[in-house]
Design a protein around this ligand. Structure first.
Ligand SMILES: *Cc1c(COP(=O)(O)O)cnc(C)c1O
Length: 365
């Protein structure tokens, strides 16, 4: 298809006062803008019927495939208001590429990258008044795809799909400023196993994770940390975020993140930090770390900081760790200088307050 959209503007757009009120304290993923994007796919016609339409409920037959077999995947990225009022997104082509690699794993049709990015641009530009101006706030974009074939047969993937983009003004993901989180090492549950769907950003991974997150909360922790499926020893991710370990301090500090073994989600924030950190004087590498090494490193002082990273919360320090075998504090338990320096630089690039030598910023509206 060519990249033209049928445009149907909402007759019930929020008033400026209503929008202002909602933008004051939007929380995360609770408030949505006036419009959404939908594009359909069928075996006969491929991608077609691209629309910008009023935000609203979908009507689907109860026998629609996505409800039964969870053939679904999503992306998450943000649009940021710049000082001059213009709007940018961060590395949208990286999200488009990851969307398509998730599609491949989930037997879903890839969407041309240009069409993916065009959808974001059109929605952001139409609902540009919803992009927050408050410091640290942004417009979270949620592209996703669902299987829409009607019927309960399970022998083949759906023959039709819908791609949708919705947008949600958001404040801080974790409320209360940059407070370190405590984590529970999950030895009972597994997020992803070799050959599974750990590298795909699919809803099913999250459905399987809630029970472990609930257990973490019962253990008095904020977040779950996932370990490898075979030995329950090697650290993989924290909830829906990737992890970094800081070795040493001052001019000797370096950062290490678990390598992409096929069971981790390849985060775009993770990838950005691997590129950014060396330019700030922190060598960065991929490796592997066991829970024993984590504990011993904190005890000896060799591991000075640990943080998690992802689009929604950017960078979040990890202050305390608890597992079946005991618990310990990371560094002083407070946000560390390397964590905060990386955060400041990344957020600075996103809001246009720092130069972007990497070409990550994409003018969107
Ligand atoms: C989305 C996600 C991340 C972070 O990816 P970003 O592209 O940095 O937002 C990490 N882990 C999981 C499981 C995720 O779903």
């Amino acid at each position: 298809m060519n990249n033209t959209f049928d445009i149907q503007l909402s007759g019930h757009r929020s008033s400026a006062e209503e929008r202002q009120r909602l933008l004051e304290n939007p929380g995360f993923g609770q408030v949505f803008t006036d419009h959404m994007i939908t594009i359909s796919w069928t075996e006969e016609d491929g991608w077609h019927d691209a629309r910008l339409e009023p935000y609203g409920p979908l009507t689907l037959d109860p026998a629609t495939a996505v409800f039964h077999y969870a053939q679904e995947l999503f992306e998450g990225l943000k649009a940021y208001r710049q000082a001059d009022g213009s709007i940018v997104t961060f590395r949208p082509y990286a999200n488009a590429a990851r969307f398509n690699s998730s599609c491949e794993r989930m037997a879903m049709p890839p969407l041309p990258e240009e069409l993916f990015v065009r959808s974001l641009e059109l929605l952001v530009d139409t609902d540009r008044d919803w992009v927050p101006t408050h410091e640290g706030h942004s417009l979270y974009l949620r592209p996703f795809m669902i299987a829409t074939q009607r019927g309960l047969g399970v022998n083949s993937p759906s023959s039709s799909f819908k791609f949708i983009v919705i947008a949600s003004p958001s404040g801080a993901y974790f409320t209360g400023g940059i407070k370190p989180v405590s984590v529970w090492l999950s030895e009972e549950y597994t997020r992803a196993a070799p050959g599974g769907t750990g590298t795909a950003k699919c809803g099913g991974n999250y459905a399987a994770a809630f029970v472990a997150q609930a257990q973490a909360v019962r253990e008095g922790c904020d977040q779950v940390v996932w370990l490898d499926a075979n030995e329950h020893r090697w650290v993989e991710e924290m909830g829906g975020m990737n992890l970094f370990f800081v070795h040493g301090s001052g001019s000797d500090a370096r950062i290490v993140t678990p390598a992409l073994t096929g069971t981790l989600l390849p985060g775009i924030t993770r990838d950005s930090l691997l590129q950014l950190a060396p330019d700030l004087g922190f060598p960065a590498s991929e490796g592997r770390i066991s829970t024993d090494e984590w504990r011993a490193g904190c005890a000896s002082g060799e591991l000075t900081e640990v943080f998690a990273c992802g689009t929604a919360a950017v960078i979040t320090p990890v202050g305390r760790v608890k597992g079946a075998g005991g618990e310990w504090t990371v560094g002083s338990g407070e946000p560390g200088p390397v964590t905060m320096r990386l955060r400041e630089e990344l957020v600075g690039i996103q809001y246009g307050e720092r130069p972007d030598p990497y070409g990550w910023i994409h003018k969107t509206g």
